[in-house]
Design a protein around this ligand. Structure first.
Ligand SMILES: C[S@@+](CC[C@H](N)C(=O)[O-])C[C@H]1O[C@@H](n2cnc3c(N)ncnc32)[C@H](O)[C@@H]1O
Length: 231
């Protein structure tokens, strides 16, 4: 993967970035996403934010080697602190991090959100707490996607601020649009997870008998939901 050829995962993320957007890619690593999208003429400007020095330098290098310093600002900052008011950001991508990390970044940076930005999120796990944050903060999920690449399942969640939405616990767990679409890759992911959770549950039940009740109950509830889903 590089700024010319994105991974299939980042290509699917890229497809959710509107033409003419001003994108803040937070946790940009090498900056491949903003560089590729500016090169393709999709973005009018971008910010690549990185909290760690080594990926920050790598993003600076990608931008410099492509001669895009005027259009892409690379900033060493944590989360949404990379965004400045006159950047005029219209889309924010947070990809390749845990869902809880993405949630914490959004929550800590709330003051920097105008509410007009499209959020393009690609969590690695922790989708449920992330969807919960979106619902609690007035975002509607209008696109969800799941893909299988290099033995991993990746979720993409795209949301925009809207009138309040109320998702059920199952919708927060599986994704409201994933649940509707029931794509083959979605069902395959949950078949795999059901097997893993059933195995954990059996181990728990054997070993515990009076152990951490909450985890056991949560696991039983999830196994129930997944079994109902796959019926
Ligand atoms: C696994 S990489 C993903 C890179 C790229 N977004 C992708 O999806 O391929 C995660 C990146 O997020 C950065 N990161 C983690 N927490 C961050 C934060 N609070 N603010 C900015 N960047 C962060 C890490 O330094 C790392 O470079």
């Amino acid at each position: 993967m590089n700024e010319h050829t994105l991974s299939r995962r980042l290509e699917r993320v890229a497809a959710q970035v509107p033409a003419g957007a001003r994108l803040a890619d937070i946790g940009s690593d090498h900056g491949y996403l903003p560089v590729a999208l500016v090169r393709r003429g999709v973005l009018t400007a971008a910010v690549a934010g990185e909290v760690a020095e080594t990926p920050f330098r790598a993003a600076e290098r990608s931008v410099r080697e492509n001669g895009l310093e005027r259009l892409i600002k690379v900033r060493l900052a944590s989360g949404l602190a990379a965004i400045e008011p006159n950047d005029g950001i219209t889309a924010i991508s947070l990809c390749g991090m845990g869902g809880e990390t993405i949630r914490d970044i959004l929550d800590a940076g709330k003051a920097r959100l105008t509410g007009l930005e499209r959020l393009i999120l690609q969590p690695n796990g922790g989708e449920q707490p992330l969807r919960q944050w979106l619902m609690d903060n007035g975002y509607r999920i209008f696109h969800e996607e799941l893909l299988h690449e290099n033995r991993f399942y990746y979720e993409i969640i795209v949301a925009e601020r809207s009138t309040p939405v109320a998702y059920t616990p199952e919708q927060l767990y599986f994704g409201p649009l994933n649940l509707q679409a029931r794509s083959p890759v979605f069902l395959a992911k949950w078949q795999r997870l059901l097997r893993l959770k059933q195995r954990t549950l059996a181990g728990f039940e054997r070993a515990l008998r009076g152990g951490p009740e909450d985890r056991l109950r949560a696991l039983e509830l999830q196994v129930g939901w997944i079994s109902a889903l796959l019926k």
